[in-house]
Write a protein that binds this ligand. Structure first.
Ligand code: GTP
Length: 244
C-alpha cells in the first residue's frame, strides 16, 4: 500500500447506534484481570471512566467510523481476564480480525503473562490475526514496573502490528487506539481487494488474448494467476469481513 494513500486517509467517527456498514470487523480485547480492559473500552468508545466489576464472560461494544468512502463497524469483545474463565473465553477468539492484548504498566506479572495470551490466541484464531499491544494505566508513572521501551521491544520482537501506552483514566490514546485499529483493518481490506483485482485483470487479459488468437501468452499467465490466487487466499486475513 502506497504511503501517499495512507497519509491522505480521511475519517469521521459515527454514532454508536449507526446501522448500515460496508465493512464489519471483530476485535477482541484480552489480558490479565485488572489491567483495565473494560475501562479502556468504555473510555475509547463512550468517553467514560468508571470503576467496573470484574467482567464475567465478555462485554460487547461498537465503535463505528467512516474511512474515506467506507462505513466501518468494529464490534469489540471485551473479555474477562480471570484464570477460571480462560477456557471459556478462548472460544470467543474465533473469526476475530484483530486482537488487543493489554497489560498494566504497574504490574510486571501482567506483562510476563502476555506470552500465554498469545498462545491461546494462536490456537483459536487465524494465524494472520493482527495484534496491538497495549500498556495501560500510564497515568500511574510513579509506580511503573514496565518501561515503555520494554513494551515497544516486545511488540517489535513478536511482529505485532502496533504498540500503545494508554490511560483509561485520563483518556490518553484510548480513542486513538480504536481509530488506528480501524485504519489497519481498512488497509488490509484494500490490499486484499487490490490482489483480487489483479487476478481479474490477469484473467481478462488472457481472455482478450484468446479472442485475438494470441494463445501463446496464455500459458505464461497461468502460473501468475495461480500465484495471485494463492496470495489472496493466504492474505485474506479478515475472516469476518462482510460487505453488508
Ligand atoms: P477483568 O474484567 O477482571 O478482566 O478486569 P479488566 O482488565 O477489565 O479491568 P477493569 O477495567 O475492570 O479495571 C480494573 C481496575 O483498574 C479498576 O479499579 C479501574 O478503575 C482501574 N483502572 C483501569 N484503567 C486504569 C487506568 O488507566 N489508570 C488507573 N489509574 N486505573 C485504571
Amino acid at each position: 500500500m502506497e504511503e501517499k494513500i495512507k497519509k491522505n486517509i480521511k475519517y469521521e467517527i459515527l454514532p454508536e447506534d449507526f446501522k448500515i456498514f460496508d465493512l464489519c470487523f471483530k476485535i477482541i480485547i484480552i489480558g490479565d484481570s485488572g489491567v483495565g480492559k473494560t475501562c479502556l473500552t468504555l473510555q475509547g468508545t463512550k468517553n467514560i471512566f468508571q470503576d467496573t466489576n470484574s467482567t464475567v464472560g465478555f462485554e460487547f461494544s461498537n465503535f463505528n467510523l467512516k474511512i474515506n468512502d467506507k462505513y466501518i463497524n468494529l464490534s469489540i469483545w471485551d473479555t474477562c481476564g480471570q484464570e477460571i474463565y480462560r477456557s471459556l473465553i478462548s472460544g470467543f477468539y474465533r473469526n476475530c480480525s484483530l486482537a488487543m492484548i493489554v497489560y498494566s504498566i504497574t504490574d510486571i506479572k501482567s506483562f510476563n503473562n502476555i506470552d500465554s495470551w498469545i498462545k491461546d490466541l494462536k490456537i483459536q484464531s487465524s494465524p494472520d490475526v493482527k495484534i496491538i499491544l497495549i500498556g495501560n494505566k500510564c497515568d500511574l508513572n510513579d509506580i511503573r514496573q514496565v518501561s515503555k521501551e520494554k513494551g515497544e521491544m516486545f511488540c517489535k520482537d513478536n511482529n505485532f502490528t502496533m504498540f500503545f501506552e494508554t490511560s483509561a483514566k485520563t483518556g490518553f490514546n484510548t480513542k486513538n487506539l480504536f481509530i488506528e485499529a480501524a485504519k489497519i483493518l481498512y488497509f488490509e481490506y484494500l490490499n486484499v481487494q487490490e490482489k483480487k483485482n489483479n487476478i481479474i485483470n490477469c484473467i481478462n487479459e488472457n481472455k482478450n488474448n484468446n479472442i485475438k488468437g494470441v494463445n501463446n501468452n496464455v500459458k505464461n499467465h497461468i502460473p501468475v494467476v495461480k500465484k495471485l490466487k494463492r496470495e489472496v487466499i493466504q492474505d485474506d486475513v479478515i475472516p469476518n469481513q462482510c460487505i453488508c
